[in-house]
Write a protein that binds this ligand. Structure first.
Ligand code: ATP
Ligand code: LTN
Length: 350
C-alpha cells in the first residue's frame, strides 16, 4: 500500500516537516493593522511571493505585535482575516509557504519572555521605531511597544531562520535579533542561527506622497500619504496627482529630487522598466504626463489583487483553513526548538 507520505508532493512533505529542506529558511512577518499600502507590497510582500521557489518559507501575520498599539477586538479580527486574504491574493501559496497567525503558536510568547532575559532595557529604549512611535510620550505608551523587538526576535529565532525579507525600516530590529541570538549562544551554548536581513536595493523604503522625508506608513494620520490597497481607482489617481513634487519640472531621479525619485521608483518597480528609460521617455514632458501614466500603472497593478482579495473575503473559511494548517506546521517546528531552549536554560524539570 502506498503511504500517505509517499503520495504527497515533495514540497508538501517538506512543508509538513517530513523531509528536511536544503533550501535556506526565510521567515517574515506583517502586522494586521489595516491600511495595507504600496510600500508594504513593493518593499516586502512582492519579494516574498517572487522568492517562494528559492527558499523554505514561513510567513506570519503578527497579531500579537499589533497589540502594541491601540486596537479593538473587532478590528483586530477583521484585519487579520483581511490580511490573510491580501497575502493569498498577492500570490503567497500555501503549498510553497507556511502562512500562519502568530498567536496560534504559543511558543512565540514563551520565547519572547525567555529572550527578554538576555536583552538590555537600554537597547530597546534606543530602537528608532520605539522612539518614533513613543514620540516623547514614553510614560504613556504600552510596555508592549518597548518589548516589540524581543517578540520579533522570538519569531525569527524559533525557526532557525537564515534570511528575513523586510523593508529598510526593519534593519535595526534584525540587527538586534542577531545581538540577542549571539548573547544567548555565548551564555548557553550554540542554540540559535544568526539571521541576515534581505533588503532590496530598490523599493525597500517608499516615501510618503505628502512628505518625501518620511516613509510611507500604515500609521500615518494623513490618508493622502499612502496608496492603500483599499483605495478605488479614482482615489489612487487623485493621490498620485496631488503627490508633492520637487522644484523644477524634470522627471529625473537624483538625491535633491526625493519626491520625483520616489514616484520614479514606484513606476519602475511596477512596470519593470529601468528608471533611466523612464527619465528618457519623460524628458521635457513635465510632471503632469508622468503622473497620469503612473496612476494608470498603479491602478492596473493593484486591481487584480483587490479583486481576488474581495473574492476571498466573501469566503472567509478559506483563510481560516490556510491559517489553521499553517499553524500546525509552524507549531511542529516551534515546539522542537522550545524544548531545546528550555533545556539549555535550565527551565523546567525533565
Ligand atoms: P507602520 O509604518 O505603521 O510601522 P508599516 O507600514 O511599517 O507600519 P508593517 O506591518 O509594520 O507596516 O510592515 C510590513 C512590511 O512592510 C515590513 O517588511 C516593512 O519593512 C515593510 N514596509 C513598511 N513600510 C514600507 C515602505 N514605506 N517602503 C518599503 N517597505 C515598507
Ligand atoms: N516588525 C515587523 C513585523 C514583524 C517581523 C517579524 C518581520 C514581526 N515579526 C519577524 C520580520 C520577521 C514590521 O514589519 N514592522
Amino acid at each position: 500500500m502506498v503511504s500517505e507520505q509517499a503520495t504527497r508532493s515533495m514540497s508538501e512533505n517538506v512543508l509538513a516537516g517530513n523531509i528536511a529542506s536544503d533550501r535556506p529558511r526565510v521567515f517574515s512577518g506583517i502586522q494586521p493593522t489595516g491600511n495595507f499600502h504600496l510600500g508594504n507590497y513593493l518593499g516586502a510582500i512582492r519579494n516574498w511571493v517572487d522568492q517562494q521557489d528559492r527558499y523554505d518559507n514561513i510567513f506570519c501575520i503578527v497579531d500579537l505585535h499589533a497589540l502594541s498599539q491601540s486596537t479593538t477586538r473587532r478590528s483586530l479580527r477583521e484585519n487579520t482575516v483581511n490580511l490573510a486574504n491580501v497575502l493569498l491574493a498577492s500570490g503567497l501559496d500555501p503549498l510553497r509557504s507556511i502562512i500562519f497567525l502568530q498567536s496560534d503558536v504559543r511558543e512565540h510568547s514563551e520565547l519572547c519572555w525567555l529572550l527578554s532575559s538576555v536583552t538590555q532595557y537600554g537597547e530597546l529604549r534606543r530602537m528608532t521605531q520605539f522612539k518614533d512611535k513613543a514620540a516623547g510620550k514614553d510614560e504613556q505608551v504600552s510596555a508592549a511597544l518597548l518589548f516589540y523587538p524581543v517578540l520579533q526576535a522570538a519569531d525569527i529565532l524559533l525557526y532557525e531562520t537564515n534570511l528575513v525579507p523586510v523593508g529598510e525600516d526593519q534593519k535595526q530590529h534584525i540587527e538586534l535579533t542577531r545581538d540577542i541570538a549571539s548573547r544567548f549562544n555565548a551564555r548557553y551554548g550554540q542554540t540559535f542561527v544568526l539571521p541576515r536581513p534581505d533588503i532590496k536595493p530598490v523599493g525597500a523604503r517608499l516615501m510618503s506622497l505628502e512628505d518625501p522625508s518620511k516613509k510611507m506608513s500604515k500609521s500615518d494620520a494623513n490618508p493622502n500619504a499612502a496608496i492603500a490597497l483599499t483605495d478605488d481607482p479614482v482615489t489612487m489617481t487623485r493621490k498620485i496627482k496631488r503627490a508633492v513634487t520637487d522644484s523644477g519640472t524634470e522627471v529625473i531621479a537624483t538625491p535633491d529630487k526625493p519626491a520625483i525619485t520616489n514616484l520614479l521608483t514606484i513606476f519602475s518597480l511596477l512596470s519593470g522598466e529601468p528608471i533611466a528609460a523612464l527619465e528618457t521617455r519623460y524628458a521635457g514632458k513635465g510632471y503632469g504626463a508622468f503622473k497620469s501614466d503612473l496612476a494608470e500603472i498603479v491602478v492596473a497593478a493593484l486591481a487584480p489583487i483587490q479583486l481576488r482579495t474581495a473574492e476571498l473575503n466573501a469566503n472567509p473559511e478559506i483563510a481560516r483553513s490556510v491559517l489553521a494548517e499553517g499553524a500546525d506546521r509552524a507549531r511542529a517546528r516551534a515546539v522542537r526548538k522550545m524544548s531545546e531552549v528550555r533545556e539549555r536554560m535550565g527551565v523546567g524539570i525533565d
